[in-house]
Ligand binder design. Structure first.
Ligand code: EPZ
Length: 429
């Protein structure tokens, strides 16, 4: 199994191109099942999760083609994928595939909406808490879907099609909002989603669905209204920039010091995290098509943070921020309110010399003067990249094992950091 070796201590200076967002690309790819015409997605990141979803869609009968590079494009220019779900032959998503990635469960929405039936294995994914699907299923039931569980599979039926309904989520759920949104596009009548997730990825999905002929208002707010249509058609859509990748590299620069321009991204997608970085002592400014982050010399100030749904501080940046706070000049408190078990990076950061104590849903991080390289193990996607951030500022060498977690969500990580001066290499085998 591959590992990543980092020799800490170097500043980061240069330009990092930000890829298309994994968490936007996955629901957008899933939406291809809603139409028999071709959906062309541009700026799709090259990630293991994208490839896995292509396999899952292929299992349903969705064909795909990936366009080759064009003149002027670099290794990290996003790929263009054309998805064609004109001949879906199977509405079952099997355990072997779905258990490896939670987001693949979302195929249930387009399948039930377009074909009136779906059989989808209960999901798996990153080990960051129980992560149930009750709210997704409840939303579908409200829209007239009959749900049964049989042998680990959710069996959904709606022989007469879906009907518009009021879907009121008791808590903010991105997956629930994606599922209700996709299903409602082909339901008969109007659906109102109350307490909808406001994450930019929801708005990106809605924007693509609208290009496909859906009638949607209010995406990006907590009330989305969808007027169902009889059919959707093909479209071309470019995946939004990855705000979590953006925030991750911004934190890496705050950690090591230096001056980096994050290209092809937008500050408005991660305002709360950028404000926190400024409080920590980094300078953050918008550029024409991105964000410049720099920090020189001065120490890192400790800042308390609580994760919240958008526009709050994202749970997907919690581990990275904790890595940063391990070297702050004082103690910070980081509270996780979205997932109950998202602290697996704590014990690995401790191997590098971090001082962190857990207190219920919070981690108390007592900044230390120096971290020291050690072998560590990646446990989930964002936890792994928090180890990268810590390793960049640790003395000596850190080997990060189980890097397949990183490959799920960070495109060309070693190349992007390496070009900015990080001493980072992948060791195969
Ligand atoms: C999405 O997961 C992201 N995944 C996650 O990113 C992200 O951490 C999360 O949203 C929150 O922002 C993708 O987009 C592929 P939720 P999702 O439904 O949609 C509870 C990463 O690292 N809940 O908003 O699955 C749930 O347990 C990943 O890229 C229920 O109780 O998250 C959690 O506590 C990890 N019942 C809360 O709601 C349900 O039916 C929010 O979950 C559904 C969710």
């Amino acid at each position: 199994m591959d590992r990543i070796r980092i020799k800490g201590g170097a500043e980061l200076n240069g330009v990092i191109p930000i890829s298309g967002a994994k968490n936007a690309a996955l629901p957008l790819m899933t939406a291809s099942l809603l139409t028999g015409e071709t959906l062309e997605l541009r700026n799709v990141p090259r990630l293991a999760d994208v490839n896995l979803l292509l396999r899952i869609l292929g299992n349903h009968g969705v064909d795909h083609t990936i366009t080759g590079k064009r003149p002027g494009q670099t290794a990290e220019t996003g790929q263009t994928i054309r998805l064609d779900a004109s001949s879906v032959i199977d509405t079952c998503a099997p355990y072997e595939l779905v258990s490896r990635m939670r987001a693949s469960f979302w195929v249930i929405a387009p399948l039930i909406a377009r074909f009136g039936e779906a059989r989808v294995s209960m999901p798996g994914g990153c080990a960051i808490g129980t992560r149930p699907v009750d709210l997704l299923l409840k939303a579908l039931e409200t829209m007239g879907v009959q749900i049964d569980v049989d042998g680990g599979y959710v069996v959904a039926k709606a022989a007469k099609g879906l009907r518009g309904a009021e879907v009121r989520f008791p808590k903010v759920t991105v997956s629930g909002t994606h599922v209700a949104l996709m299903a409602a596009t082909l339901a008969e009548g109007t659906t109102v989603i109350e307490n909808a997730a406001r994450e930019p990825e929801v708005a990106d999905l809605a924007s693509c669905l609208t290009k496909m002929g859906a009638k949607i208002e209010g995406a990006g707010t907590s009330r989305i209204v969808i007027d169902g249509v009889a059919r959707l058609h093909g479209a071309t859509h470019s995946v939004m920039p990855d705000r979590i990748e953006t925030g991750t590299y911004a934190m890496a620069v705050a950690m090591t010091g230096g001056d980096v321009v994050l290209e092809n991204t937008r500050a408005e997608y991660l305002q709360s995290a950028l404000e926190v970085l400024q409080q920590v002592g980094a300078s953050v400014e918008g550029t024409k098509d991105g964000i410049r982050v720099h920090r020189n010399g001065s120490g890192l100030r400790p800042v308390d943070v609580t994760t919240d749904p958008f526009p709050g501080f994202p749970t997907d940046l919690q581990a990275q921020f904790m890595a940063l706070m391990t070297k702050a000049e004082g103690t910070s408190r980081i509270r996780e309110t979205i997932f109950e078990n998202r602290f697996m990076h704590v014990q690995e950061l401790a191997r590098l010399g971090a001082r962190i104590r857990l207190d219920g849903d919070a981690a108390i991080v007592e900044g230390v003067e120096r971290l020291k390289g050690a072998p560590v193990m990646a446990t989930d996607l964002r936890a792994s990249v928090s180890l990268v951030i810590a390793a960049l500022a640790a003395e000596g060498e850190t080997d990060i094992h189980r890097v397949y977690h990183l490959d799920r969500g960070f495109e060309a990580l070693e190349a992007k950091l390496g070009r900015c001066g990080a001493q980072i290499e992948r060791i195969s085998g």
